[in-house]
Design a protein around this ligand. Structure first.
Ligand SMILES: Nc1ncnc2c1ncn2[C@@H]1O[C@H](COP(=O)(O)OP(=O)(O)OP(=O)(O)O)[C@@H](O)[C@H]1O
Ligand SMILES: [Mg+2]
Length: 266
């Protein structure tokens, strides 16, 4: 399944349909229980946001889903395949891709080179190294940058881009990687509210167009409600609620963030 090599520049991503399931998954860091055993099932093409106070386990859960972290107990399945039994690298990068809170761009490389890094999971070491000097599949990279609206900065150093531009380049890199499941850890937390809405709309639009599953952690309840169809509240490593967005009430959110005391004082 070599999606990238068969894609034309104008067909940036493949149509995808991939469910996600966690069975009795827990995670401990030493003695710290970051995720208590939980079961979770996310349908192909769903848009799910993790909400909750700092330290609740959102990033940990996303990293378990991406295969970057091993579970302490339980099984993570993507497209009905057990993540722990898959060889790392290409197979996993075709299934799942993650945008991190800090975007992880390489500051001394251009936006285009960073975008093309989305292909590295598929390439040999030699091809990857050559591409650092002479970017390969330039057209795909430029199409991805055009799709996210920043083609004008293709040859600018990533380190000199604004936060919003960096975030768009990170999304372009994900387009080039073309995973079936997109994970995003606080994808818009460093942007002003107007830019945050735009970038989120872009990410959600791309996921919808290709039927990809999108799972993000969000600090803004308002943006999460607006863009995601299902909200999962996490606190102290446990699921507090798991509901369609329109069923999540203000009371549930107050409870999630432990604001009962504050509410009664006001
Ligand atoms: N590498 C680690 N070693 C030890 N403890 C960790 C490690 N990573 C996370 N933790 C702990 O696990 C818990 C969950 O952390 P996590 O980063 O998943 O929370 P979060 O919900 O993403 O928080 P935030 O909203 O601040 O990003 C926290 O108590 C954190 O201190
Ligand atoms: Mg986090």
């Amino acid at each position: 399944m070599a999606l990238l090599r068969t894609r034309e520049p104008e067909t940036l991503y493949s149509a995808a349909s991939c469910s996600v399931s966690l069975t009795a998954v827990s995670k401990q860091y030493g003695v710290k229980e970051a995720i208590f055993p939980l079961n979770l099932s996310i349908d192909a093409g769903e848009r799910v946001a993790f909400l909750g106070p700092s330290g609740g386990g959102k990033t940990t859960l996303l990293r378990l889903l991406s295969g970057q972290l091993e579970t302490s107990t339980g099984t993570v399945c993507l497209c009905d395949r057990d993540l722990s039994t898959m060889p790392t690298g290409r197979q996993v990068s075709q299934l799942v891709g993650m945008i991190h809170q800090q975007f992880d761009l390489i500051p001394n490389l251009s936006a285009l080179q960073n975008t093309l890094a989305g292909q590295l999971g598929e390439w040999s070491l030699i091809k990857s190294l050559v591409s650092l000097v002479w970017p390969m599949n330039r057209d795909i990279g430029l199409s991805a940058l055009t799709r996210v609206g920043v083609e004008g900065i293709a040859y600018q150093r990533a380190g000199s881009l604004s936060g919003g531009e960096q975030q768009r380049v990170a999304i372009a890199r994900l387009l080039v990687q073309d995973p079936q499941v997109i994970l995003a850890d606080e994808p818009v937390s460093s942007l002003d509210p107007a830019r945050a809405g735009e970038v989120l709309q872009l990410l959600v639009g791309i996921a919808e167009e290709a039927g990809k599953t999108l799972i993000a952690s969000m600090h803004s309840v308002e943006l999460a409600r607006e863009h995601f169809s299902r909200l999962i509240g996490l606190r102290n490593g446990a699921v507090i609620f798991d509901l369609p967005s329109h069923e999540v009430t203000e009371d549930m959110l107050h409870d999630l963030y432990n604001l009962q005391g504050l509410r009664s004082e006001t």
